[in-house]
Design a protein around this ligand. Structure first.
Ligand code: NAD
Length: 367
């Protein structure tokens, strides 16, 4: 039976989800809310949605499924608003926020006792781009799509959501909301704080030591790449996961102090062990096996998961020497494309960029 789906927020995530839903469910009606007209117009013109509004409450009563794809604060505000609307009985409400506890807690607080279902969600893919103009039907391909079930989620809710989102070609996974926020604080939120702090420290230092800018190379680039992320999104992530992130900061300060003490005491063995342990642990980690490349010239290509697509790219690059080729899979929030190709010098990189953009429709990003 055809359903009516309401996507609130036609940004990168919301509009890409609309495309993914349409892929497997062309008969579903997709309604879209967006504050600004630009993304509404693009989504309508490109056939991502069937009808658009700038009045959130107006379409909500029509929907079988409502997906809030907005900043975390706005997601919470709309959950509160939904509690006072006359919605279809059994409607599923879900979201896309990067942190989960604040959103799930709001749903539990405002929606409990109402004839609605709710499941928190976090699609672990994104890019540096924003708005409906950047929508990409392949954005979530093979990426983790995390559900955080709670007391408002029934087993059938997840099955219905997975069916709705089958065209995203994502990997569905379930985890408790609080545990989601703890895990992501360590592997995602805290590294963003570190990258931006290192960037800030270096810029201030370079005012006195001008050569610092010039000498900054591969290692520095690798450590600070994610400092280019969208500030609004990261502000809301930190503010909606405060305690957990503060805990990570306190823990890290202790670790830094320990290294500082070893240095001040000239404790060679301790320092050697510190580096050696980290090296062994990183080498054993999945992320490394999947292609940790030392400083090199990287190019990212957004390719669909289709047969022979990589062969086609390699064919184009025949004669250009590659250092590494890597497919970024489950977690693609901080990267710029699925296929990552590394070259040993800038000329090879430029040549490859030219060849791929001339001969394919794929988006190519150099970082
Ligand atoms: P985006 O900037 O592309 O889109 C944000 C949307 O929210 C736009 O439609 C915008 O009009 C709307 N919006 C912003 N403030 C609003 C307000 N005050 N009132 C009404 N509408 C408002 O961002 P996005 O990347 O699509 O992010 C959407 C959600 O997905 C966020 O919660 C983000 O944390 C989450 N998310 C983002 C990524 C990523 O890497 N971009 C990855 C996973 C999850």
């Amino acid at each position: 039976m055809a359903k009516t789906v309401y996507i609130a927020g036609l940004g990168l995530i919301g509009a890409s989800m609309a495309l993914g839903i349409k892929r497997d469910h062309p008969d579903y009606e997709i309604l879209g809310y967006n504050r600004s007209q630009a993304s509404r117009d693009i989504a309508l013109k490109e056939g991502m949605i069937d009808r658009a509004t700038d009045d959130f409450a107006s379409f909500a009563p029509l929907a079988d499924i409502i997906i809030l794809s907005l900043p975390i604060k706005q997601t919470v505000a709309f959950i509160k608003e939904l509690a006072n609307l006359d919605l279809k009985e059994g409607v599923i409400i879900s979201d896309a926020g990067s942190t989960k506890s604040a959103i799930v807690d709001a749903a539990e607080q405002y929606l409990a006792g109402k004839p609605v279902r709710f499941v928190g969600a976090h699609p672990m893919a994104g890019s540096h781009k924003t708005g409906a103009a950047s929508a990409d039907v392949n954005l979530f391909e093979n990426a983790y799509y995390i559900f955080t079930p709670s007391s408002l989620t029934g087993q059938d809710t997840l099955e219905e959501m997975k069916d709705l989102l089958s065209g995203l070609h994502a990997r569905f996974i379930e985890i408790d909301a609080k545990e989601h926020d703890r895990v992501t604080s360590q592997i995602s939120h805290f590294p963003h704080i570190l990258a931006s702090s290192l960037m800030e420290q270096t810029v201030v230092y370079a005012q006195e030591h001008e050569m610092a800018r010039r000498f900054a190379a591969g290692g520095f680039r690798d450590m600070t790449r994610i400092a280019e992320s969208e500030p609004g999104m990261w502000t809301s992530i930190l503010l909606s996961n405060r305690e957990t992130i503060l805990d990570r900061i306190a823990d890290f300060k202790e670790r830094l102090d320990e290294v500082g003490q070893a240095i001040s005491k000239g404790d060679e063995e301790r320092i050697w062990n510190f580096f050696n342990q980290a090296r062994e642990q990183r080498q054993a980690m999945e992320i490394h096996k999947r292609g940790g490349v030392d400083s090199s010239y990287d190019l990212y290509v957004d390719v669909p998961d289709e047969e022979d697509v990589i062969l086609r790219i390699l064919e184009l690059l025949r004669g250009t020497s590659l250092v590494n080729i890597h497919i970024n899979e489950e977690n693609r929030e901080d990267i710029h494309g699925i296929l990552q190709i590394s070259f040993k010098n800038a000329q090879d990189l430029e040549r490859a960029e030219h060849l791929i953009t001339e001969n394919t429709d794929y988006t190519v990003v150099i970082k």
